[in-house]
Design a protein around this ligand. Structure first.
Ligand SMILES: N[C@@H](CCC(=O)N[C@@H](CS)C(=O)NCC(=O)O)C(=O)O
Length: 85
């Protein structure tokens, strides 16, 4: 099971930085999973998504489903709307 909300990212990725800045501004606490610092995070991401593109937000929805959300703009909108309950 993932943490409430985990961000798959790497630190020089501009789209990831955009999400991290938004999360910080909103005071949202994300578990950070750097895909190049931890091989497991890379493998989990590529197994689930079939690609290594980041950022991807992972969370468990109200039905208990494991959700992998790509696209920085969608992630930011989701966080602004309150994120995972
Ligand atoms: N439209 C995507 C673009 C994401 C993107 O291009 N991410 C880059 C890093 S900043 C990446 O992961 N590139 C490597 C790849 O796609 O495998 C978003 O806004 O999140």
């Amino acid at each position: 099971m993932p943490a409430r909300m985990a961000l798959y990212y790497y630190d020089t990725c501009p789209f990831c930085i955009r999400v991290l800045r938004a999360a910080s501004k909103l005071g949202v606490d994300l578990e950070l999973r750097d895909i190049f610092q931890d091989r497991k995070h890379y493998m989990d991401l590529t197994s689930a998504r079939g690609r290594a593109t980041v950022p991807v937000l992972r969370y468990t929805d109200a039905d208990g489903e494991d959700v992998w959300m790509p696209e920085s703009a969608d992630i930011i909108r989701f966080l602004e709307a309150g994120g995972a309950a």
